[in-house]
Design a protein. Structure first.
Length: 113
């Protein structure tokens, strides 16, 4: 994995971990222990993956990116269900970026200039 792909991967994982951590803390503060625990566990898993990704040259599995995007979409749905007006859009954008950045990273790794 070259430096550009490593930076894109780091950005993608961080863009997933931070909103999940914030959503988890919000859900826990509202008393929803199940969703809050799931979101915080997903954020911690992202941070662990981030630590190992930065140290090694192994790429993050695509399944992990898909699961992250699905969890972010679930957070967006949860916020929409709570009646939040604009916050779900931020999570949808984060989900799209989480799904698109690894694809761009893998395609650029295949192209040799």
């Amino acid at each position: 994995m070259d430096a550009r792909n490593r930076k894109l991967t780091t950005l993608s994982i961080f863009l997933t971990a931070l909103p999940l951590l914030l959503a988890g803390m919000d859900s826990l503060a509202q008393g929803n222990l199940v969703l809050g625990s799931v979101f915080v566990a997903a954020a911690v898993a992202n941070l662990i993956i981030l630590r190992f990704t930065v140290r090694s040259s192994k790429p993050v599995p695509s399944l992990f990116d898909i699961l992250n995007a699905l969890v972010l979409l679930f957070v967006a749905y949860d916020y929409h269900d709570q009646g939040k007006k604009y916050l779900p859009y931020a999570y949808v954008i984060a989900a799209v970026l989480t799904a698109v950045i690894p694809i761009v990273s893998k395609r650029s790794a295949k192209v040799n200039f």
